[in-house]
Design a protein around this ligand. Structure first.
Ligand code: LLP
Length: 411
């Protein structure tokens, strides 16, 4: 999906320069409203942690998940209360507590979603009574790629479902306060696997005989990256979880809060990466278009073979189409935006793009800017948020001077 008109994007490229991330506030609000039936929408900010996006989330009543000290700081900067009551505005979710983060969650009394029993010991020793969730690995997982499957025996994530009693013993040992159980089995999960989690949650709660305030369905909701791909039926998904919650409520004899923790679903379709064609050439029969964005801007194609729809600004599909490989400038053969998992180069049928044309990589609002790096000493790109007729810079382009300044240390 591309929420912007060609004219709009051309104007933004002129105003802010390319390559450029552009996001639509309207699309984000629309996705939030689709999930409103859940008691708490807890945004997995790793998908897009720009503080202006977080502020937008907060204005819409969305709470937030943080997975690092940096993400805790981002949440705080966006106005989230770190040590709020239940439901807590911020939850720190991880499988590990590094020392600096441990200090911070203790100092600010931030609720921790523990993915290992060691985390419970480390937290319990410093902060008896601390509120915790348990992230459970239910023994199965799924994802759009093996790299995004976070359940099952080959996954390092969460506490193994068979070890939850042991985790509860540790919780009691330190007087920690159990808030809820959380299952996140992967990212870009197909619908049947997503539904499987409800059943696993009901069974687990029944087998534990432990009191809880809340359960979390995790994230993982996929979006249609390819034209014609079906959308997840959110109403049906909520109905299933609501039924699971009701069974749990019956067992516990009180109301139980139902949380959901999406990243991609809320922001992916809001964003595009705008990039300029800088060269076009043939290699034998293969036609290449080389752009000024690199794989270190948008990693997903090279990392997972992810598909992003591509369009050429100002050209329409009525023009003759040419099988085209779209690639970046890095001296790495993986720097190709049209490829399958495993690095197999693919072509797309595109109108012929010439030097100076702008290409739009669609659905790049999630895991785009947040996964960028400074490889090849390239500064991070600027980000722009469009809201109605207004556009504003929400991150300026990093400068090369800023990159180099980190190395200005006394010899
Ligand atoms: N909750 C937890 C604990 C997670 O680890 C994640 C994502 C989410 C929620 C949100 O998942 P989502 O709703 O966005 O699928 N870089 C990959 C995705 C990695 C996701 C990691 N965890 C990509 O570009 O597809």
């Amino acid at each position: 999906m591309n929420p912007f008109s060609s004219q709009q994007l051309a104007t933004l490229a002129e105003k802010y320069g390319a390559p450029l991330w552009v996001y639509s506030a309207e699309v984000i609000r629309e996705r939030i409203s689709q999930l409103k039936a859940f008691d708490v929408i807890r945004y997995a900010q790793k998908a897009n942690s720009n503080t202006h996006i977080l502020r937008l989330m907060r204005e819409q009543g969305v709470m937030v998940d943080a997975v690092s000290l940096g993400e805790i700081e981002r949440a705080a900067k966006a106005g989230y209360q770190l040590a709020s009551g239940e439901p807590s505005e911020v939850v720190f979710t991880a499988d590990v507590l590094d020392r600096a983060t441990l200090q911070r969650v203790v100092a600010d009394n931030i609720v921790v979603n523990a993915g290992s029993i060691d985390m419970l010991h480390q937290l319990g020793e410093l902060s008896p009574g601390h509120r915790v969730w348990l992230r459970v690995n239910p023994g199965f997982g799924h994802g759009h790629s093996n790299k995004t499957n976070t359940g099952g025996e080959n996954s390092k994530h969460g506490i193994w479902h068979g070890d939850i009693q042991q985790a509860l013993t540790v919780i009691r040992q330190y007087g920690l306060k159990l808030v809820g159980l959380h299952m996140h089995i992967g990212s870009g999960v197909d619908y049947s696997h997503l539904q499987q989690v409800c059943g696993a949650m009901v069974q687990l709660v029944a087998s534990l005989g432990e009191d809880l305030e809340a359960i979390s369905a995790g994230g993982g909701l996929s979006i249609p990256y390819r034209q014609g791909e079906p959308r997840i039926d959110i109403d049906h998904y909520f109905t299933l979880w609501d039924a699971a919650r009701k069974q749990i409520e019956q067992q516990l004899g009180h109301a139980v809060r139902l949380e959901i923790e999406p990243g991609r679903f809320l922001v992916a379709e809001s964003g595009v990466l705008l990039t300029e064609v800088r060269a076009a050439k043939n290699m034998g029969r293969q036609h290449f278009v080389l752009v000024d964005a690199y794989f270190n801007d948008l990693m997903r194609p090279s990392m997972y073979g992810s598909y992003h729809e591509i369009s050429v600004l100002g050209h329409d599909a009525q023009e003759p189409l040419l099988p085209t490989v779209v690639a970046g400038p890095l001296c790495e053969s993986g720097d190709v935006f049209t490829q399958q998992e495993g690095g197999v180069v693919e072509t797309r049928l595109l109108p012929e793009a010439k030097v100076g044309d702008l290409l739009v990589l669609h659905d790049a609002g999630a895991y785009g800017a947040t996964m960028s790096s400074n490889y090849n000493s390239r500064p991070l790109l600027a980000e722009v948020l469009v809201d109605g007729a207004q556009d504003r810079l929400i991150r300026r382009r990093q400068t090369i001077g800023e990159l180099l300044s980190l190395e200005d240390v006394a010899a």
